[in-house]
Design a protein around this ligand. Sequence first.
Ligand SMILES: Nc1ncnc2c1ncn2[C@@H]1O[C@H](COP(=O)(O)OP(=O)(O)OP(=O)(O)O)[C@@H](O)[C@H]1O
Ligand SMILES: [Mg+2]
Length: 455
Amino acid sequence: MSDCTNELEREVARLRKVNQVLMDRVERSVDKSGSDFGLFEHNILLQKHVEARTAELGKLQNDLYQAQKMEAVGILAGGVAHDFNNLLHVMRGNIELLARDMSIGSQGRERLKAVIRSQDRAAELVRQLLLFSRKAESCKVAVDVNREAREVVRMLERTIPKMVSLELHLAPKIGPVSGDPVQIEQVLLNLINNAVDAMPEGGRLVVETSSVDLDQDFVQLHADAVAGPHVLLTVTDTGCGMDSATLKHVFDPFFTTKGVGQGTGLGLASVYGIVKGHGGHIHCCSESGRGATFRIYLPVADPVEETPKDQEPEPPLRGGGETILVVDDEADILELTREALEDMGFTVLGVASGEEALDAFHKHRPTIDLILLDLNMPGMGGHKCLRELLHLDPAACVLIASGYSAHGQAKQALASGAKGYIGKPYRLRELEAKVREVLDYSGPDAPGWGHTGHF
Ligand SMILES: Nc1ncnc2c1ncn2[C@@H]1O[C@H](COP(=O)(O)OP(=O)(O)OP(=O)(O)O)[C@@H](O)[C@H]1O
Ligand SMILES: [Mg+2]
């Protein structure tokens, strides 16, 4: 946000300087000839320059307003989504435990399935809101956008209507992007689905990649863009296009022109959040009846910073009687997790804060095999608790469980020594698999071990 304001201030300063130079020239031309020869031309030039720069400033101001609006809505949406995520987590876990109860009968089981289906839809909405507000945890690796584009097109080819011709124009050499492959896939899926929806009678859909070097001129006109090498991903369609009123709200969450039950209006909002979360820039160009073009600029990664994609987790195994210390301030989540882990064959100690966790660790240290730690807790909180635990025992096996992360908090925790991360809401079998994986694979010599932990 402050970048945009600085940008505007720099522009105003630059404009003043340009005016000064032109005024100097005017004065010099009057002095030399002793007349006002050339003054008229200089005035015209000055006027044109001022007009052009005023228009650019107006655009920048509008961008700034848009960015502020999106940030405010993002904070609200992120807060709501975070609380919903926790509620869903408790609901899902209890229903999964209920479904394991053989005495509920087939009718009860059918009802539970319907609840689980609705919950899955609710979880998907929450996930998109977290993506929009950039609070979704992400795992950044070196991503080849070409490969993701090929993969998504291969996935969609069979489902896209025959009247839509889908073309893939990929530049042979593009740099890697530091990104979350699942999120990049999500961007492509949303843009392609929208393009298909915009062409009910058929048309042409082109997915294109290229390498571009964004220069200062581009950055001056697009407040949130940064200069340097980028991968440009373009999705163009020849569909119905958008009028200026639609275009203005296209990235707003819940903005949709589709009928009830047809669209949530979260597709482009999550695309926007993902692009911003990748340090990129997105731009949409469209006119009513003339198709639409979405351009996404993603900065090329510094290859040194990248880590290879982690291995797929091992298939889940049952608990082997190990003791797990569960730390969560939400009583429902704590109880649910305790029940689920006990059901899997683990012994569980449950505590509601970082302070209690340290206390329990002091008392039961030799018997504790793993600590399942929530990050967002009042009091000392998860991060400090993690630091203290590792201070007491650098080999302590800590698995982070977190619903969201404002600025990659979970990643930070992994970097500071946690052995793994699991996002809430998780399925019980995911928890089982992750706990088993961390218990079996923890230790510096373990396969797949790295400072980013196991995802
Ligand atoms: N390629 C396109 N051509 C024309 N209009 C578009 C295009 N992409 C998006 N839009 C417009 O932007 C609106 C918002 O798009 P968005 O993807 O956010 O939500 P949605 O597609 O309506 O719903 P959802 O993505 O949740 O199914 C759409 O309803 C549509 O009016
Ligand atoms: Mg959509």
